[in-house]
Write a protein that binds this ligand. Structure first.
Ligand code: ADP
Ligand code: ASP
Ligand code: MG
Length: 422
């Protein structure tokens, strides 16, 4: 008998029929003798619907009082799906109870719409598990010190599930979704993409942070920090398939580098359309410039990604960086109103029609020429590279958004990712 956490995404919870299917699958695992904790997302489309209603009443704002209400609103999606799953499990003859994050309690900081989990109280959950109940805990949300409901950012139910698995020292956390594992790239963009049987934790971390939304980045960070065994698998298989086969299906996020993994130099391609580029032009090239620009941005709680500073000419330089598209207007405004006048820079420009494409693989550590091969493939397609950033196991480029799919397909082919690994 083991303690297992299952997480079901929005599509997997998308209708009462699908919820019934989830309930049957969970009941199968519980009847096999496991203690079950289930973390559902809101039914598909529900989070967007709720946030859309807010937007109808007031255009998006960035102040705390507005964000607080957005979280109170969006969190209801997961509360509904959790209660529905408990009802479906009870209809299957199981004992089941659902809790919202604040009832557990899952404590977070107060960064509304992108809160971070700080602690999870496991007492209530353990008592219920010991009493033979299936425990359902809402994904995506928690409560801050002041008792306010918070949410963890889009895709945050993955993080809830892994954090709960870590707190309960679960045997494994299974992320059930609408694809049957982690692929070499998004199979919806490249139909030739292949499922990976295992992917190293480090590669998964890079892929998630570079935009593969199959797992939210913070869920992978949690899994790494607390060594939570993590698997991504399909919720669309028949619920009554053999449990041992099911337990081995999908993609395992592995903490050990096995020999097979070493063979692929590039394991996956990630892309992200959620960023925007900002350039501050004609900045005096003196010490402290990066700090003055990016310090002000960080103070406004805006995360910066790729950064480049050009070689200076006549004592002036250009400084560019990317931010999340949601923060684009806010960053431009901040720079124009405060930073540029103080710096004496010439101009601030922005471009929201960009995307970032990244190749990821631990094999890149021990092989040279991988980045230049990437640049060559893009050149052959006539795609201009606007920015480049690298780490030990990835190379990312920022390009015009309209070339994203072309770039991903060309790179996928050039790095033989459509070919089976022996
Ligand atoms: P859920 O609602 O279950 O959380 P998401 O939509 O958040 O599901 O994540 C699953 C989706 O992630 C898939 O449908 C797929 O389009 C996308 N995806 C992006 N990159 C990958 C990848 N490398 N492997 C598998 N799926 C990917
Ligand atoms: N329902 C939330 C979202 O749509 C959280 C999640 O699905 O993981 O982003
Ligand atoms: Mg998701």
């Amino acid at each position: 008998m083991a303690l297992i956490v299952h997480k079901y995404g929005g599509t997997s919870m998308g209708s009462t029929e699908r919820i019934r299917n989830v309930a049957k699958r969970v009941a199968k695992w519980a009847r096999a003798g496991h203690q079950m904790v289930v973390v559902p997302s809101a039914m598909s489309g529900e989070t967007n619907r709720l946030l859309g209603l807010a937007k109808e009443l007031a255009p998006a704002k960035s102040d705390d009082s507005y964000s607080r209400e957005l979280d109170a609103l969006a969190a209801t999606g997961e509360q509904a799906s959790s209660a529905l799953l408990a009802i479906a499990l009870q209809a299957e003859g199981m004992q089941a109870v659902s809790y919202a994050g604040w009832q557990v309690t899952i404590k977070t900081n107060s960064a509304y719409t992108k809160a971070r989990i700080e602690s999870i109280d496991d007492q209530k959950v353990r008592a219920d598990l010991n009493a033979g109940k299936v425990v359902i805990i809402t994904g995506f949300q928690g409560m801050d010190e002041g008792g306010n409901v918070t949410t963890l950012g889009r895709g945050g139910s993955d993080t809830s599930a892994v954090a709960i698995a870590a707190a309960l020292k679960a045997h494994e956390c299974l992320i059930y979704t609408d694809v049957d594992g982690v692929y070499t790239t998004d199979p919806r963009v490249v139909p030739e993409a292949r499922r990976l049987h295992t992917v190293s934790f480090e590669e998964m971390l890079e892929m998630a942070s570079m935009g593969s939304k199959v797992l939210q980045i913070r869920s992978v960070e949690f899994a790494g920090k607390y060594k939570v065994p993590l698997r991504v698998l399909s919720s669309f298989t028949a619920w009554d398939i053999d449990i041992d086969d099911e337990a081995k299906s999908g993609t395992l996020i592995s903490f050990e580098e096995d020999e097979n993994m070493e063979q692929a130099i590039v394991s996956g391609i990630a892309f992200n359309r959620d960023e925007a580029k900002i350039s501050v032009l004609g900045v005096p090239d003196t010490p402290g410039i990066a700090y003055q620009i990016l310090g002000a941005v960080a103070e406004a709680n805006i995360e910066v990604d790729v950064i480049i500073q050009n070689i200076s000419k006549d004592g002036k330089t250009d400084f560019s960086f990317t931010v999340h598209r949601n923060d684009f207007a806010k960053t431009l405004e901040l720079l124009k109103s405060k930073v540029v006048p103080a710096l004496g820079a010439q101009e601030v420009t922005g471009d929201a029609k960009i995307c970032k494409v990244s190749i990821v693989g631990i094999g890149m550590r021990s092989h040279v020429g991988i980045a230049s091969k990437m640049f060559g493939v893009l050149a052959e397609e006539g795609i201009n590279i606007q920015m480049i950033s690298t780490s030990e196991i990835k190379t990312s480029v920022v390009i015009d958004e309209k070339y994203m799919e072309l770039a991903v397909r060309a790179l996928h082919k050039a790095f033989d990712l459509d070919q089976p690994v022996n």
